[in-house]
Design a protein around this ligand. Structure first.
Ligand code: ISL
Ligand code: CA
Length: 539
């Protein structure tokens, strides 16, 4: 492994800046807030952070609608603050990734403002406009956030494509001048010393012909990894390669089979956040993760990238409800087991802020508590379908991505120590018992477990570049070996309600080994009970 592949033995931490730490008493998390919490991250042991967008934005989609790629949203601070953040992180050996959002801009970006002026404006072709009389959209494509993906513009007699909110017009990647400006902008950030990017919605930048209709059974295929994207990814790679930066692509539609072409040697990027494992079961409003289906997806991605390619491992992010709720069990030992089930698979593990203390979904009681455009649209949708308000609230609340965006719970003090003003989003009331300060004091807490797990992960390259052997067992029981020339480890994480029965050969191999970490006191290789797990190093 070359030193350029440092990320293979590393741990990432995702920061949602709006909700991490407020430093100036306006109720909104900011860059100086992140700087003030760096020692927490050092203590935790993470190697790099990925920060969600802090660019100038009217904030229709919490920063994913950018109106100036090279300016910072004043709420978050200034460019100088960013420089200071990067320097402070580097001083503490933490690398910094920013979000790169280039599938779309804000409708208030100067390019789009120009584009709306006339068909012959040079910026008009930076976006995807189609002649249209406004009676029916150019085709039946829907946006990820619901309804038609087209917005009609009467003064142009055209509609433009937006696969997210209508305030997020899609860029036209066929336009060379637009691409050149994007690459220039990336250099601007890389020159400031960023260590990489998380590539937002990157598999959507190429679209099918407008004549191809949407099919209900595969709604997004006309803008997910569509042929022709190769050229753009190759160009992006040229920029990345110049700086040897870490690149993590949110690339839905790239199948596990195809993934090695993207993430292997010579691939476009270093790793992919697959979005397939988000498999749920149960009635609207009380969904839980469908464990067997979830595990199938994760194991398939492991198998398909065994020799070539690399995984980005995660259970939470800013687009999903909290794991402690959606896995249906917020018992700390179960959450430790959940951590074990994904963290040491082959790939680079990420922790989403608050996951390490077991933060849970917000107990919604009124619609005003929702923030996201998507949540509000879904709520209106359920009402339109005939639900009463409480039912609609429950259905949206269970799965809403707003759940993951409540303020970080630092302590049992006012507003969980996030701010001394009114927080921009409600703090989850369970902060009084679930917070960093109290878990730091408790050697048996989830937080303490994550620290041990991170340190173990980094103590042996067997957990990085070592091989992985997935051992078949009951669905929902994660059992695997990590092996290199120096060490062999067996990881067992039992998320089911049945005891794990390991194959005799495995028991023989590891029985005399040393338990290097376990979720509870009564760990025993011959009987890994429901909701528990352990790691054994071969003797
Ligand atoms: O492809 C998808 C589902 O199969 C979509 O989920 C899509 O890739 C995803 O929603 C993209 O999310 C990202 O871009 C959005 C932003 O709202 C999210 O927060 C971000 O993670 C638009 O920029
Ligand atoms: Ca602030």
């Amino acid at each position: 492994m070359s030193t350029q592949e440092w990320w293979k033995n590393s741990v990432g931490y995702q920061i949602y800046p709006r909700s991490f730490q407020d430093s100036n008493g306006d109720g909104i998390g900011d860059i100086r807030g992140i700087i003030s919490r760096l020692d927490y991250l050092v203590e935790l042991g993470v190697d790099f952070i990925w920060i969600n967008p802090v660019y100038k934005s009217p904030n229709v989609d919490n920063g994913y609608d950018i109106s100036d790629y090279e300016a910072i949203q004043p709420e978050y601070g200034t460019l100088d603050d960013v420089k200071e953040l990067i320097a402070a992180c580097h001083q503490k050996n933490i690398k910094v990734l920013f979000d790169l959002v280039v599938n779309h801009t804000s409708n208030l970006h100067p390019w789009f403002v120009e584009a709306m002026k006339s068909k012959d404006n040079p910026y008009h072709d930076y976006y995807l406009f189609v002649d249209n009389d406004g009676t029916t959209p150019p085709n039946n494509w829907e946006s990820f956030f619901g309804n038609s993906a087209w917005e009609y513009v009467p003064q142009l007699q055209q509609s433009y494509l937006h696969i997210f909110a209508k305030e997020q017009p899609d860029l036209n990647w066929k336009n060379k001048a637009m691409r050149a400006e994007i690459y220039q902008m990336m250099l601007f950030w890389l020159d400031l010393g960023l260590d990489g990017f998380r590539l937002d919605a990157i598999s959507h930048i190429q679209k099918a012909d407008w004549a191809v209709p949407m099919v209900k059974t595969d709604k997004w295929r006309n803008f997910m990894n569509v042929a022709g994207i190769e050229q753009y990814m190759t160009e992006l790679k040229q920029v990345f390669d110049e700086y040897h930066v870490l690149t993590v692509g949110e690339a839905s539609g790239v199948s596990s089979k195809k993934a090695p072409e993207w993430t292997g040697d010579g691939g476009y990027i270093n790793m992919i956040f697959e979005l397939e494992h988000n498999q749920k079961t149960g009635k609207n409003g009380s969904e839980v993760i469908d464990l067997p289906a979830y595990q199938d997806v994760i194991y398939r991605w492991q198998r398909d990238q065994l020799k070539e390619g690399w995984n980005a491992l995660y259970i939470e992010n800013h687009d999903n409800p909290r794991a402690a709720t959606i896995f249906g069990n917020d018992n700390p030992e179960y959450l430790k087991t959940l951590a074990l089930s994904y963290f040491l698979l082959r790939g680079t593990p990420f922790i989403y802020q608050g996951q390490e203390i077991g933060m849970t979904n917000f107990p919604y009681s009124k619609v005003e508590q929702f923030d996201g455009v998507d949540a509000k649209m879904q709520y209106a949708d359920w009402l339109a379908k005939g639900d009463d308000e409480l039912t609609a609230l429950k259905k949206v609340g269970r799965v809403s991505r707003d759940n993951s965006r409540t303020p970080m719970q630092w302590s049992g003090e006012t507003n969980a120590g996030f701010t001394n003003a009114t927080p921009w989003m409600n703090v989850n009331p369970d902060y009084t018992t679930r917070n960093v300060a109290s878990e730091e004091q408790d050697a048996a807490s989830l937080l303490s477990f994550y620290k041990q797990l991170i340190s173990l992960k980094k103590s042996s390259a067997a957990f990085g570049t070592g091989t992985i052997k997935l051992i078949t067992s009951e669905p929902g029981q994660f059992v695997f070996e990590r092996v290199n020339e120096d060490a062999s480890y067996l990881v067992v994480a039992n998320l089911t309600t049945l005891d794990v029965e390991l194959p005799a050969a495995i028991v023989n191999n590891y029985q005399t080994g040393k338990i290097v970490l376990s979720t509870g006191a009564a760990a025993d290789i011959t009987k890994v009970k429901p909701g528990t797990g352990l790691i054994i190093q071969k003797g």
